[in-house]
Write a protein that binds this ligand. Structure first.
Ligand SMILES: Cc1cc2nc3c(=O)[nH]c(=O)nc-3n(C[C@H](O)[C@H](O)[C@H](O)COP(=O)(O)O)c2cc1C
Length: 251
C-alpha cells in the first residue's frame, strides 16, 4: 500500500500525549504545509493561534469543558475564520470590502477548516497525534476574549497536537454506500438505515454506552445525552450572537 494510503486509512484521533516537546521548526513546517491548502480566491481568510504557554492552556481548558488534551498536548491550535486582515488590506488600498455577512463567514470557516485538516495530515505523517475539539464553537464567545480576537475573527475549531502516548482501536465508519450517492441523491429506506447503522449498533462499546446511559438505543444516547436539542439551541444562540458581534451578520 502507498504510504499516503496507509496514513489515511490507519488514522485515528489521539487524545493521550507524551511530554516530548514539539520543535518550533517542526510546527512551522506543519503550518507551512497547511497553508498550501486550497483557499477561496487565494484570499487565505483564516488565522491560526498557537498556544504553548501553560498559563494560556489553563485559561482555555475550562472553555473546552476541561478536556485534558488542552493541558496535556504540547501544542493547541485554534483555527479561526478571519476577514479582519483581508478587510484591513482592502481599506488600506481604498477598496470597499463587502464581507460583513454570513456567506463571508462561511467562506472563511471553510478555508480555516481545510487548513486545519491539512495540518492534521501533515502532523500525522510525522508521527504526531491530533484531536479536534468541537467545544470551540460552543464557547466561541469566551475563546474570543481569551485569545483577544478582534472583529472579523471567529474561532471555528481547535486541534491539539502531541506525540502519541496511546494507540487506540480505530472506530468504525459507516459503509461507503451509506455516504456515497452516484449521480443523484438516493434517499434511504427504513431497511437501508437498519443496514447502514447495524455495525455501529452492534459494537460492544456502543452497547456499553446504551447500558451506561440507561437508554433504549444508541440513537437515544446521541439525542438525549451527547448532542441534545437544548444544548444545540443554546449554543446556536451564542454562536449567532458571536457572528453578529464579530461583524458577520449584515445582510
Ligand atoms: C469538528 C470535530 C470536533 C470534535 N470534537 C471533539 C471533542 O471535543 N473531543 C474529543 O475527544 N474528540 C472530538 N472529535 C474527535 C471525534 O470524536 C472523532 O474524530 C470521532 O469519534 C471518530 O474517531 P477517529 O477520529 O479516531 O476516527 C472531534 C472531531 C471533529 C471532526
Amino acid at each position: 500500500m502507498d504510504i499516503v494510503d496507509r496514513l489515511l486509512l490507519n488514522r485515528r484521533t489521539i487524545r493521550k500525549y507524551s511530554d516530548k516537546p514539539i520543535d518550533d521548526n517542526l510546527l512551522d513546517d506543519l503550518l507551512r504545509m497547511g497553508c498550501r491548502t486550497a483557499t477561496t480566491g487565494n484570499m487565505q481568510v483564516y488565522s491560526i493561534i498557537i498556544t504553548r504557554d501553560h498559563v494560556m492552556k489553563g485559561k482555555l481548558a475550562p472553555l473546552h469543558f476541561n478536556q485534558k488534551m488542552i493541558t496535556e498536548a504540547q501544542v493547541v491550535l485554534t483555527f479561526c475564520a478571519d476577514f479582519n486582515r483581508f478587510n484591513k488590506w482592502c481599506r488600506q488600498r481604498k477598496a470597499d470590502p463587502g464581507y460583513d455577512n454570513f456567506l463571508s463567514f462561511f467562506t472563511a470557516a471553510i478555508d480555516a477548516l481545510l487548513v486545519a485538516q491539512t495540518v492534521c495530515i501533515a502532523a500525522e505523517a510525522r508521527g504526531l497525534g491530533s484531536c479536534y475539539l468541537g467545544t470551540t464553537t460552543y464557547m466561541s464567545d469566551k475563546i474570543i476574549e481569551v485569545l483577544d480576537l478582534p472583529k472579523g475573527v471567529v474561532p471555528v475549531t481547535t486541534v491539539t497536537l502531541g506525540w502519541p502516548a496511546e494507540t487506540p482501536e480505530q472506530v468504525e465508519r459507516l459503509p461507503l454506500e451509506a455516504v456515497v450517492h452516484r449521480e443523484i441523491y438516493k434517499n434511504y429506506s427504513a431497511k437501508d438505515i437498519d443496514n447502514h447503522y447495524m455495525l455501529k449498533e452492534k459494537r460492544s462499546d456502543s452497547q456499553q454506552f446504551v447500558k451506561e446511559n440507561n437508554k433504549e438505543t444508541l440513537a437515544h444516547v446521541f439525542t438525549d445525552v451527547r448532542y441534545t436539542k437544548a444544548d444545540n439551541v443554546h449554543f446556536s444562540k451564542v454562536f449567532l450572537k458571536v457572528l453578529k458581534d464579530q461583524g458577520f451578520m449584515n445582510q
